[in-house]
Design a binder for this molecule. Sequence first.
Ligand SMILES: Cc1cc2nc3c(=O)[nH]c(=O)nc-3n(C[C@H](O)[C@H](O)[C@H](O)COP(=O)(O)OP(=O)(O)OC[C@H]3O[C@@H](n4cnc5c(N)ncnc54)[C@H](O)[C@@H]3O)c2cc1C
Length: 402
Amino acid sequence: MTKWNEICTLWAMNINECIALADAPMRSYWEYSAFGHVDICIVGAGIIGLSTALECRKRFPEASITVLEKAPHGHGATTRNAGFACFGSATELLHDIDAFGNDHALGIAKARYEGLASLLKRCDPAAIRYEQLGGGELIREHELAVLDRIDEVNAFAKHITGDSETFRVLSKTEQQALGYSDAVHAIIMNAYEGQLHSGHLHATLERLASEAHIRIEHGSDVQSVHETSSHASLQVVTQLGEYVLHAKRIILCTNAMLPSLAPKLDIKPGRGQVIVTTPIDGLPFKGAFHIDEGFYYFRSLGNRVLLGGGRNLDFDGEETVEFGHSEIIMNALESMLREIILPGRTFDIEYSWSGLMGFTSDKKPRVTSLSEHVYCAFGCNGMGVALASKIAEDIACLLSDL
Ligand SMILES: Cc1cc2nc3c(=O)[nH]c(=O)nc-3n(C[C@H](O)[C@H](O)[C@H](O)COP(=O)(O)OP(=O)(O)OC[C@H]3O[C@@H](n4cnc5c(N)ncnc54)[C@H](O)[C@@H]3O)c2cc1C
């Protein structure tokens, strides 16, 4: 059989299509025949893309699987987040119950909790620096009414953790030991909250992918997706030129950047900004904390503090896929640190960055097929560390046989 007949048969294409592909200027015959067509191609090497690749490997042990990623390592949310491994603060859960109803809110929170358990099965907790230090929520005067709903939120959370006292209000002495400002009137603790190192999590997923014989092609920016009756293909731009990659199944996992490949989906981008302090002598707290229904989140990072959030100060301005900082939010973050979280302490801001989240209208992720050969998974609503493993399991189950 000639090369063309072989490829035509394999990919059910006509000979002209095959020859047009071989004309792609940058690929040698070897490159084209070894890497030019795969069984499963995943676009985006964030936590969802990599977890999805690993779940696909479980379901299709013999399949060729490639992940295309435009950045040197991930460059969206996974390596730019806060590393909280949590399923929701008391005020956030109560907000979701009020906004969406009990069952819907329970569905969201349970998926996060189960997703975290699945993540910790997939990745060695020590490798991703997972620590279950607990977490809490700082309650200011205007939020004190939440304390009247502690029994309600505990009854709700019992369906998730099995514990009838998931949330506990600290005594005044316990609260004072944490050193927050007097503007904090109460602290609601949750022993089930954890935190991890997002860079090591990403590196661990990449290592697992490599061990599972999954190719990751960095520097591959997917421009568009096309479909024929037998398969789908991707137009890919690299620093060296363009090429086309064919796949029996394509799974789009590009999060906030999804609309450029698949428009008209229920997803909106949201930028998150983060700052990290210099080391602080005698930092009085450990763990992952929330303020203001989770719109602000901070955690200990060794003896530094990481703080992010403030998107609610300018929802419209932050609905963007542009990385960068806004003065209003950076100022608000720094004031929150100096006035509420670390009053009277001396520190500087040593790191600052931004990342991109993908939001859906009902806070639920979407795992769906767009056509016979193209699928997508998106919409972690700022909780992808918790949700990704579960989403990956769901999308791998959805894939039709190869
Ligand atoms: C500031 C911030 C703080 C957060 N904090 C937390 C937290 O503490 N806990 C938590 O659970 N969640 C948190 N999140 C959310 C969490 O990080 C995300 O939900 C999760 O990382 C989403 O993973 P993903 O794989 O869908 O997307 P991403 O990590 O964004 O991955 C998508 C990948 O696709 C690539 N890509 C995009 N377009 C293309 C293309 N055309 N071709 C090739 N590659 C492409 C991108 O480069 C990127 O690497 C936070 C997010 C942000 C931004």
